[in-house]
Design a protein around this ligand. Sequence first.
Ligand code: PA5
Length: 465
Amino acid sequence: MPELLSYHPEAALRELPGGLSEDLACALETARQETLDDVEVWQSGQVPQDRQPLDAGFIQWPEELLADLQLNGNASLVTRLNSCGQRLREQADSLVVLGIGGSYMGMRAMFESLRSPFWNELSREERTGCPRLYFEGWNVDSDNQRALLQLLQNRADQFRQTPAGRTAVIVISKSGGTLETAVAFRLFRDLVESSSAAAVRELIVPVTGLQGRLRSLAEVSGWTDAFTIPDGIGGRFSVLTPVGLLPAAACGMDITALLQGAAAMTEHFRTAPFESNVVLQYAAVGHALEQELGASTRVLSTWGSRLEAVGLWYDQLLSESLGKHELGATPLTVVNTRDLHSRGQQHQEGRRDKLITNLLPGAPRFESLRVPQHEHDQDQLNRLAGTSLQTILQAAIDGTNQAYADDHRPTADIRLPRLDEHVLGQLFQMLMLATVVEGRLVGTNPYGQPGVEAYKKNMQANLGM
Ligand code: PA5
């Protein structure tokens, strides 16, 4: 049984007179039950008006997919995703994922956490036959898109009709109508159709809801594969649906392990008592510090360079889910030690409105580099000769936590045993569950994002649509 991530709020709790109260523990037990009951309410198809929208489908989804894999083998969704991912890998050396918000941030988080930071500069062999990966459709930036289109066109011209020259596109939109993604898809579709006409049916894969414009396009376009984002799973809760799993499979990630990690976290959430339940403890500490100490800014302090995109995914999850009715903590992702040199001053001595949660990635994947000896010691680093970078990073983590503790600045740790698919699956599921539980606790529906509609409506009106 792979190890579960752990949560350590002791330093934060020292700042909370009385710790977590009995009342809060009871309220969180109720919120847990409500969160789990939502699954049945949603499955019944009879969602009362005051609970809509109800996108509780993400909770049992990883277990459902694993059961489907066991029962249906080659016909299961996991196998179909893996087969499609393999086909894309074999046919194209460049893969563009088009999507915005929940439709791309999860894959970006997995890509940055689990793949080399210089992935796109590695040879195809070094990438074990997996494609280079690009994200677009998350903005409206002509220069950016032109630069990528040009790069891919040059590859197509140079390596005509071979995998090295081919680009595949996974276009992701639950609603199927998001303008940013739809406009980018027109442009990248043109590129694929003009440069790889023969294989075009196989190189474009839509991932979308059961209805909408992208679904309609899929119905008339004859693309070999099209995957569905199930009803009842909202955008920012969809990382473990084909939204994240298809690009992950195309990049050679172990999508079964992602689902197993998430399923293990769901089971932990369901069964572990309040005192040792990482989801409930995390939600409790965030809530108590916000209520009692005014810590309305939640800093996710990622250490090392690989977890920033996980933090950005979480920023979206928390702000779109709980930033409603003039309530909701403000999430902020930082990368350390980088941001100790930009935000550190404020976090150490600024307003006392922050809870800092360290997200600790565990040991480096490869043996840690060490400081080399040098004959010129004017930088006085020979005293550190032989010290690993991991030891230096740990000194920074401990030193920073100590400095915050000395000034009564609350901190907590999420400790990951290592960075792999299983652990990322756990982490995604933990943070999604904690967000929903907190929503139920404070009476905010965590699903839906009605506030985003206003800009969309105005933008479309400005365009005469
Ligand atoms: O959480 C959400 O639902 C949003 O962030 C969506 O993911 C985002 O707006 C993209 O929507 P769509 O997938 O419909 O294009």
